[in-house]
Design a protein around this ligand. Structure first.
Ligand code: MN
Length: 242
């Protein structure tokens, strides 16, 4: 295990990110966030199998792209770690991943209503958010969870080059080039879904154009530190951290 200063910082940020995602309503007892190792691109860090809000740095372990856990303490990792391993394999640009069951997103994975960027904070969604259909890989009697490399690979294929993919009847996955960016994206995917559901009650929605989505995403990426510091301060007030 390579515990460089970069990885030490990564694990600290990952621990805080777990709590942030809980406080911002993205994860509950379920869901997870990972970050690719700062040196070894074939490894990533993720918590052992536990509720995200309770994660501390000592709960974070290392996994490889086969989904094999490398933990001196031999602890159990999430059964859905293959979401992470296969997306890291398929997307060399991705440095951090969030998987959640955040509730407002679910309707857009099970209806013909597409999730689209409704405001300037969610331009990163772009013009299309793919929906992963697990039945195409494993048939109609699965538990909907990504519990194998084959399922992880098909999810990664569905995600393609996008920032977010919905998982029909299950949840969603967001990817980013940093922990701060993926946390931002996971939070604003949920908020966008909430706003879209609210707006649908009132009338026809004017979504961002593709150009507006792109421009706002570029702008917001330059200011990730501001919300990150706020979310971090809130998370630090939870007990038992670090
Ligand atoms: Mn899940």
């Amino acid at each position: 295990m390579n515990m460089t200063p970069e990885n030490h910082q990564l694990i600290e940020d990952l621990s805080i990110a777990n709590r942030i995602l809980y406080l911002e309503g993205v994860v509950d007892g379920f869901g997870h966030i990972s970050a690719r190792d700062a040196q070894d691109t074939t490894r990533f860090w993720i918590a052992k199998s536990m509720a995200p809000a309770l994660v501390t740095p000592s709960d974070i372990l290392q996994c490889d792209l086969e989904g094999v856990v490398h933990d001196p303490q031999n602890r159990t990792c999430y059964v859905e770690r293959f979401i992470h391993s296969e997306i890291y394999r398929a997307r060399p640009d991705v440095q951090a991943i969030v998987h959640s069951h955040s509730m407002s997103v679910i309707p857009f994975g099970v209806t013909s209503q597409r999730l689209r960027p409704i405001c300037h904070m969610s331009g990163f969604l772009g013009s299309h958010t793919p929906i992963y259909e697990i039945r195409q890989t494993i048939g109609e009697t699965s538990d909907l969870l990504i519990t194998s490399q084959a399922l992880g690979r098909s999810l990664a294929q569905s995600l393609g080059a996008h920032t977010v993919a919905l998982m029909r009847g299950h949840g969603s996955v967001a990817v980013g080039v940093s922990i701060a960016q993926v946390v931002y994206r996971a939070i604003y995917t949920e908020l966008n879904a909430k706003l879209q559901l609210e707006s649908m009650k009132i009338g026809n929605i004017e979504f961002l154009t593709d150009g507006e989505a792109q421009a706002t995403a570029v702008m917001n990426d330059q200011h990730l530190k501001r919300p990150w510091e706020l979310w971090k301060q809130k998370a630090l007030q939870l007990p038992q951290l670090l």
